[in-house]
Design a protein around this ligand. Structure first.
Ligand SMILES: [Zn+2]
Length: 378
């Protein structure tokens, strides 16, 4: 073991308090998706205050490349700054028993704090690592942010990125596969008419109902260990009980952790849309959002990264995490064939609710888990 690894472990033992302090301060700074500017300024000042040559990129990410001057490949180590909560959500940390409550405290503020504390340690101690690491506080992970921050980051760093590690969620799971998704709003238009005198005219409700029925008859594709799903989450339309509906619409999606299945589902959806289109005057298909799944990720490298994360979480928390698929910032690098994984540095719950909480006690093991992954990978 090189000396810096010993030093880092020692540092982790004594700095859980700093992670907690930083978490509470960051919690108070609103950071709705697309408006992370103030939180980014705080992160930038924190890093620069510790001697890091950090900068803001065009997308609004805070980026600190450490030992990345050579041509060698690097590790990207990220945590997102944005939360699902609006600007006017009261943000004040409340401690009760073993828990600390605040919207956004676990997703992803405490993980962001862990990342900042580690990045600051690297800036101050300048360890001699075998490869460089790019520390990133990124924007737009949540909601309809469409992973804008990571997309922009990867545009710049993909060529040089060997692996991508994101701190997100809790220590219960290591996410090693990306769930891709595609979401549509489909609106049918027909001539409609009076329910008695124009009986026989096509109803937009009938067209959409048929479409929904057809979606629910899809046999989802399988490819290796993949999981693929679909859902129609909303339908609306029509005018009155005695009117043949002129418009009706549905909002539907499919998801998969496999890019081959994603492509097959897209074809199937397109075919069903085309069938529906033949039955009405016009059919509008609006794409509401898209997230890619993994594609051509080298399996041995992915397995190695996953094992490093699982070992780190297990040894820091004393309990092995489960392996799972999710939709996170890792979707972007995974779609480019870059091994990626994600785990959280805390025990917590209630993510995306006003009752969100963490156990401050878990931040010590969390800091150690993140440090252990860096030790193994760098
Ligand atoms: Zn998150």
């Amino acid at each position: 073991m090189t000396d810096w690894k010993k030093c880092l472990k020692e540092f982790c033992k004594h700095n859980a308090g700093e992670v907690q302090r930083l978490t509470y301060e960051l919690c108070a700074i609103p950071a709705p998706t697309g408006n992370e500017r103030r939180r980014a300024q705080y992160c930038l000042s924190y890093l620069r205050g510790h001697g890091a040559q950090a900068y803001l990129d065009e997308a609004g990410n805070v980026v600190f490349p450490y030992a990345c001057d050579g041509p060698e490949k690097v590790l990207v180590f990220a945590a997102h700054m944005d939360t699902v909560f609006s600007e006017d959500t009261p943000l004040c940390v409340r401690e009760e028993g073993e828990k600390a409550f605040c919207p956004g405290i676990g997703d992803d503020t405490a993980n962001l704090a862990v990342l900042l504390v580690l990045a600051a340690w690297f800036a101050q101690n300048a360890p001699r690592t075998k490869q460089g690491v790019v520390f990133v506080c990124n924007v737009c992970e949540e909601g309809l942010g469409n992973l804008k921050g990571t997309r922009a980051l990867m545009q710049q760093w993909a060529e040089r990125t060997r692996m991508f590690l994101s701190l997100d969620c809790t220590c219960e799971a290591v996410f090693h596969r990306a769930v891709g998704s595609k979401r549509y709003r489909v609106t049918a238009h027909t001539e409609g008419g009076h329910s008695f005198s124009a009986f026989g005219n096509t109803s937009a409700i009938e067209v959409i109902s048929h479409l929904v029925e057809n979606i629910y008859s899809i046999q989802v594709p399988r490819h290796g260990q993949s999981t693929t799903t679909y859902n129609v989450g909303l339908i609306e339309g029509g005018t009155s009980v005695n009117a043949i509906a002129q418009t009706a619409a549905c909002v539907c999606e499919f998801r998969s952790d496999d890019e081959v299945c994603m492509a097959q589902m897209e074809q199937t959806f397109e075919k069903l849309f085309a069938q529906a289109r033949e039955k009405c005057l016009s059919l509008d298909v609006e794409l509401l959002g898209t997230r890619p799944a993994g594609k051509n990720v080298p399996e041995d490298e992915q397995a190695r990264l996953t094992a490093v994360c699982v070992d780190a979480v297990t040894s820091a928390f004393g309990q092995p995490p489960r392996l799972s698929s999710a939709s996170t910032d890792c979707n972007i690098p995974l779609s480019m064939g870059i091994p990626s994984a994600c785990f959280g540095c805390l025990v917590g719950g209630g993510a995306h609710t006003l009752e969100e909480w963490i156990q401050p006690d878990s931040l010590g093991p969390g800091l150690l888990a993140a440090a252990l992954t860096l030790e193994s990978l760098l």
